[in-house]
Design a protein around this ligand. Structure first.
Ligand code: 13P
Length: 254
């Protein structure tokens, strides 16, 4: 009798954990290269007032990772090194991030692919380093306007996601679909277009969470949230404004 009870209790716990996991959206806040230290500390105080059931991840500039004191928010980084600790001037290793309680890390952001000429090979190395340290990578993928117009979206995504194929624990990676032409522009693909891409990713990588990023904010969340396939959002501009984040989260709940 006791063992039957224990069995069903365990089953119940598993079901609850599953429901809990799937109900939660992932809201990753990418501060990019913003805030002086005093501004960041004030911002952090405001963020800590947010009460929400979703999983919120703050990715400040790496300089502030060591002063981050977050209550209900997880800590993320914006980048890491391909290499382990050692003689690599200016680099920040995944193990150093881990020692600062970083649990998530953005990799392959289009701004780095463009400005730092990051290759898919380097991005794969970074993902490997992060997984070794048990940090969840948030891998950014997405097409330029020109690539969309030339109907190359699928091809670009296949190329960017091909690095996952020989990574053992690839289901631990969060994929963020960020159309490059949508980042910081206020332009957003139609819901049908977003749905198409997310479904394409999920068909090939069914165990991965997929976020949408690109001008997502408190004004368009009512429309975006109709896309049931989205597991969360990667947010740039709006991440700098706690009151807007609050409004976004309120609307997401309704
Ligand atoms: P915006 O939300 O400012 O468009 O930025 C998106 C982004 O690049 C998040 O990584």
């Amino acid at each position: 009798m006791k063992s039957i009870f224990l069995l069903s209790l365990n089953k119940l716990k598993k079901i609850l954990a599953f429901i809990d996991r799937d109900d939660k959206m992932i809201i990753a806040l990418n501060n990019k290269c913003n805030f002086k230290i005093e501004e960041f500390l004030t911002y952090q105080q405001e963020l800590n007032k947010i009460v929400d059931n979703n999983l919120i991840v703050l990715c400040p500039t790496s300089l502030y990772l060591s002063v981050a004191k977050l209550d209900n928010i997880k800590l993320g980084a914006q980048n890491t090194s391909c290499t382990k600790e050692g003689a690599y001037t200016g680099e920040i290793s995944a193990s150093q991030l881990k020692s600062l309680n970083v649990e998530y890390c953005i990799v392959g952001h289009s701004e780095r692919r463009k400005n730092q000429k990051e290759s898919n090979e380097e991005i794969k190395e970074k993902i490997t380093r992060l997984l070794e340290e048990n940090i969840t990578p948030i891998l950014c993928v997405g097409e330029t306007k020109e690539e969309r117009e030339k109907k190359q979206v699928e091809q670009i995504l296949r190329e960017e996601l091909a690095i996952l194929n020989d990574i053992n624990d690839k289901e631990r990676i969060i994929i963020a679909y960020e159309p490059i032409w949508s980042i910081g522009t206020g332009l957003i693909p139609s819901n049908t277009e977003i749905k198409e891409v997310i479904n394409l990713i999920k068909t090939n990588y069914p165990s991965n969470k997929v976020l949408y990023g690109g001008s997502a904010n408190e004004k368009n969340i009512d429309e975006l949230k109709k896309i049931r396939e989205i597991d969360g959002y990667l947010i740039g501009g709006m991440s700098l404004h706690p009151e807007k984040i609050q409004e976004f989260l309120q609307k997401l709940k309704k």
